[in-house]
Design a binder for this molecule. Structure first.
Ligand SMILES: Nc1ncnc2c1ncn2[C@@H]1O[C@H](COP(=O)(O)OP(=O)(O)O)[C@@H](O)[C@H]1O
Ligand SMILES: [Mg+2]
Length: 226
């Protein structure tokens, strides 16, 4: 599903964020990526969605070599990969329904499709009863659920979550991890970047540790050891 071959990323003038990363993530896996701040986790996520170009190596996603992906092809890649970042960027003046619908409108989906898909994904994240609310009328955990719903509108094969629980208390964080597990059970490959030690240890899934831009650990049933 995701193949990284000797990936390196050097930001100007000379900051080596990723150094010869080799990884293979299979369809349906749930992988956690851990590591100290500044070790390249977010850079890795950005290269996977075509937001940053790599300086060397090769990235293959679902058989598609995206190493030199052009700007016009990025939207097609984004339909295969949903992304969730720590800072939930919801539009304040739009309802939850409209926030999720917006992701479909920008790529020209019909109103009929939008009326079908939006309630469906909001139901998956447990918010079907709050579609008409505004972001300020729901909790932080619920806001992050809306972001996850938005990331699911194109039925992505892969969901990348970069510290999705970073701004949440432990109960909300736990619920977000449970939601990611549920999405994984539907068959979506999950890549979770996290600092949440309890979450990683409870998951008992594969854990990849990054250290200064290299893979320093890769365990099938990992523990958070930093
Ligand atoms: N746009 C950028 N320009 C220059 N340096 C960057 C940029 N983004 C990240 N870096 C640097 O690359 C390294 C890895 O950053 P990042 O991928 O954000 O790490 P992490 O997500 O693990 O905290 C850090 O040294 C960071 O300062
Ligand atoms: Mg980061």
């Amino acid at each position: 599903m995701i193949k990284l071959i000797n990936i390196s990323k050097i930001y100007p003038p000379n900051i080596a964020a990723l150094r010869k990363i080799n990884l293979h993530i299979k369809p349906g896996e749930f992988v956690s990526i851990v590591g100290q701040s500044g070790t390249g986790k977010t850079t890795l996520v950005k290269t996977l969605i075509g937001e940053e170009k790599v300086s060397g190596g090769k990235i293959i996603i679902g058989g598609w070599d995206i190493t030199n992906i052009g700007r016009r092809e990025v939207p097609f890649l984004r339909r295969q990969i949903g992304v969730v970042f720590q800072d939930f960027k919801l539009l304040d003046k739009k309802t939850l329904f409209e926030n999720v619908a917006f992701a479909l409108q920008v790529c020209g989906q019909t109103a009929k499709k939008i009326r079908n898909i939006v309630p469906h994904v909001l139901k998956i994240v447990g918010l079907e009863g709050k579609m008409k609310r505004y972001p300020y009328e729901i909790s932080g955990g619920e806001q992050q659920r809306v972001v996850i719903a938005r990331a699911l509108v194109h039925r992505p094969k892969i969901l990348l979550a970069d510290e999705p629980t970073g701004n949440l208390d432990s109960i909300n964080a736990e619920e977000i991890i449970e939601l990611l597990q549920k999405i994984n059970k539907f068959g979506t490959t999950i890549v979770l970047v996290t600092h949440n030690r309890e979450a990683v240890n409870r998951l008992r899934k594969r854990v990849i540790t990054l250290d200064k831009g290299t893979v320093s650990g890769d365990q099938a049933v990992g523990k958070y050891i930093l």
